[in-house]
Design a binder for this molecule. Sequence first.
Ligand SMILES: [Zn+2]
Length: 325
Amino acid sequence: MINSAMGPLSPDKMGTTLVHEHFCFAYPGWFADVTIAPYDPEAVLQAGLAACATLKEIGVQTVIDPTPNDTGGRDPLLYKELSSRTGINIICTTGLYTEKEGSPVYWAGRKVWGTDISRMMADLFIKEISEGIGVTGVKAGAIKVGSSPVMTDYEKDVHKAAAAAQKATGVPIITHTEGPTGGPEQAEFLLSQGADPKKVLIGHVSNSKEIGYLKAILAKGVSIGFDRLGLSILYGIPDEIHVQNIAALCKEGYASKIMLSHDTVNFWLGRPMDVPEQAMELFKDWRIDHVSRDIVPALKQSGVSDGQIKTMMVDNPRNLFTGKG
Ligand SMILES: [Zn+2]
């Protein structure tokens, strides 16, 4: 059984799944601004309900929200409420972000005295998976890690902890990479620590347009996430290129190793960003229904079959949890 926000979930009940979306997110430091921009649980809830209503319209049944512990926005009770009110299955994670964008200082303050921080992290991950997150009663269903283009020593401690926690609990590891490098090395490191390649999803591979890079990750036996579709602005790679690459990989027999998602943030904590109107246009496809409404039809036009779409959207997320396939 999978740990979902509502409790045990049978893998067969996952259905169409988005493997990487954030209901709420902030970068570390947002809490310094809470006097001006306090946490507004009602606004976060309303944004989440709107996202879930869209998901229901397009037939998505399950969402994995891989918000790490050390950024902002991970809220197990929000996921539970959204799930109970809408019927969308939500699986959340335990884990830590990159050295640059996470909160390594807390751990560094212990490492300096010789503490095995990787062991500490593993203890945390295991407790959140097996007993629950804080006092919420919600158990994490997967582990989230992130690495820089060249993995730092701190990130190695995090990845080592993730592999140890996976060995202890059997849950999948979902990653953040920066791209256009680092994916194969991240997979290699996790496997060297004993992670199960069938339960590793290397995320953000759509930060690269090079099919050779994608194949180098796939060669490790892990899955890859084209999980920033609609977010072309970030690396300047249009979705058309990703569609071509996904279609080419499907043709070469890799459909069982590919998952699709957007990495949307449905609510940003902190003060609203002053994004000029013209710039908003660049984010118009960064929506939780972009894969279903735009990418899937484009993939079909490029020769991807209905069966392969189902493989990517239904079977692969399920197999990531069961280790089958
Ligand atoms: Zn993300």
